[in-house]
Design a protein around this ligand. Structure first.
Ligand SMILES: [Fe+2]
Length: 187
């Protein structure tokens, strides 16, 4: 999720415009991050898989790396929405986020590994805690701290997910707070 990726802006469909309004209403309630993420997930879920949510361009991947399309950045910086397009085998680093984050699978399925930092003799060490397969239509909400994970496409077809962040990632340049070295034995 680099700066150049984050600055790629695209058209807003009628359905996406509706989603933006729904997220705006939810964020305006100024609830705690966990609660906001939960409610945003409820608003996102009904749109996942709908053929009129994204344009063809917003579904395009990149053979070199998973691709991010910025769909919306709220002018007051309160939230942003992106689509992430994963071709088979593509994945993220191990990372956490600058804000609450809601993900929803629009097409295909995403594999996700979650991690925790555990005390070790040489300082905190990263330990994998859970593997999850997120199917089309499923949503997940995160709020820092404790949101360390990586995501990849283990399937043979394209996967697309929608991500809503509680910050304007086009201003920040990224949704990632920090990246981590994977535990030994993981590439
Ligand atoms: Fe993430």
């Amino acid at each position: 999720m680099t700066t150049s990726q984050a600055r790629t802006r695209t058209t807003v469909t009628t359905r996406l415009d509706r989603l933006v309004h729904e997220v705006r209403e939810t964020v305006a309630r100024r609830l705690p991050p966990e609660r906001t993420a939960h409610l945003v997930g409820e608003r996102l879920a009904p749109h996942l898989g709908a053929a009129d949510l994204l344009t063809d361009r917003q579904r395009e991947g990149d053979p070199g790396h998973y691709r991010q399309h910025v769909l919306h950045a709220e002018p007051d910086g309160g939230f942003s929405i992106v689509s992430l397009v994963w071709l088979p085998g593509q994945r993220t680093t191990v990372h956490d986020h600058v804000s609450w984050c809601v993900t929803g699978v629009h097409e295909g399925r995403e594999h996700e590994r979650r991690y925790a930092l555990m005390p070790g003799a040489d300082g905190p060490r990263l330990v994998a805690t859970r593997d999850v397969v997120n199917e089309r239509g499923q949503v997940c909400g995160f709020a820092p701290p404790g949101d360390i994970h990586r995501v990849w496409n283990a399937g043979g077809d394209k996967a697309i997910s929608l991500h809503v962040y509680g910050a304007d990632i086009t201003r920040l340049g990224t949704s990632v707070r920090r990246t981590y070295e994977p535990p030994a034995g993981e590439r």
